[in-house]
Design a protein around this ligand. Structure first.
Ligand SMILES: [Zn+2]
Length: 319
């Protein structure tokens, strides 16, 4: 997917993520790229593949974390990062199996999760996603928060099979449940749960170790995000391996910490919206200062988190 950026906000974010800041950036986010970042250019991507048992793997490169189910029936892949990375991702898969990718599941429409769709579809994979993923990828999208315009994707990159609530796959001995969660990171998010392997991929409804991006313009909301994380907690136990959209492999405890943080953000920002007439005044008051010291070192910093949640919670408020 080609992405056009204008304005400096996105460029600054991209620069912040590609320049090493000694002691500044949490290692978990060092390779993280915003969903609007142009996928090309140095440094070269190095991939890491972590085996999770039951044929499941987590593959990290640049962009959203990839989940892989590998076995006798072929490969099921969750998300596929940026288009130029597709050959590298395919090479990593080839180290695990001689079988092909049969299904790609997109957890949502952002370019750092769907960029490889076209390449894998051309190689025979069927792409599945929520109805709204196809809908948003089919038309130009604007992310004002990053001053970015994302053009419509090529027809060959669009999900071929879409669902409203969910669908299940039965391959590699895994009951693979794909389940839509409403209005969380976007309006088209899906969780993917591998029951037998006890693995849950949460897409960008979980940034492990950092403030999450809540894409309000794509139908996301902090209340939906909190509700979706609460739902996820009912799907996991102490042994579940959770693949977050960004950040390292997670456990139930990590998810609980993220949820507790978001509930504090919700409360602090509700107060800030009541107290401050403009988002700039709210940012100047630093309502998230203490939380940002722990959670604001990644892609979403204190100012961005304040701006996003303010815009979400002030919707419908007459100002
Ligand atoms: Zn995303």
């Amino acid at each position: 997917m080609k992405i056009k950026q204008h304005g400096i906000a996105a460029a600054v974010l991209v620069a912040a993520l590609t320049v090493a800041v000694p002691g500044g950036m949490a290692p978990a986010f060092a390779q993280q790229t915003p969903p609007v970042a142009r996928p090309a250019g140095p440094p070269p991507v190095s991939f890491t593949v972590e085996a999770l048992g039951g044929g499941l793997h987590m593959l990290t490169g640049r962009g959203g974390n990839i989940g892989l189910s590998v076995g006798e029936d072929g490969v099921v892949m969750i998300d596929d990062q940026f288009a130029p990375l597709a050959p590298g991702i395919a090479a990593e898969i080839a180290k695990l199996t001689s079988k092909k990718v049969r299904f790609v599941i997109n957890t949502h429409w952002h370019g750092d999760h769907v960029g490889g769709n076209e390449a894998f579809a051309k190689d025979g994979a069927i792409v599945l996603a929520h109805d709204n993923v196809r809908r948003r990828m089919s038309t130009q999208q604007v992310m004002k928060v990053f001053n970015a315009t994302i053009p419509a994707a090529a027809k060959t990159a669009l999900p071929l099979v879409t669902f409203a609530d969910g669908v299940s796959l039965h391959l590699n001995g895994q009951t693979t449940g794909i389940r839509h969660v409403k209005a969380a990171h976007t309006d088209g998010d899906a969780f993917v749960r591998f029951t037998e392997a006890n693995v849950l991929h949460m897409g960008d409804v979980f940034f492990n170790g950092g403030f999450p991006l809540i894409d309000v313009e794509s139908g996301g909301s902090i209340d939906g995000y909190i509700a979706a994380q609460k739902l996820a907690l009912t799907l996991v136990d102490d042994k579940t391996k959770i693949i977050p959209g960004h950040g390292p492999l997670a456990s139930r405890k990590d998810l609980e910490a993220s949820l507790a943080m978001l509930e504090q953000v919700r409360a602090l920002m509700a107060r800030a919206v009541a107290e401050h007439k403009t988002v700039e005044a709210a940012i100047a008051a630093h309502p998230l200062k203490d939380l940002a010291a722990i959670w604001g070192k990644g892609f979403i910093n204190e100012e961005l988190m304040t701006r996003i949640v303010y815009s979400d919670l002030s919707r419908g408020v007459n100002r």
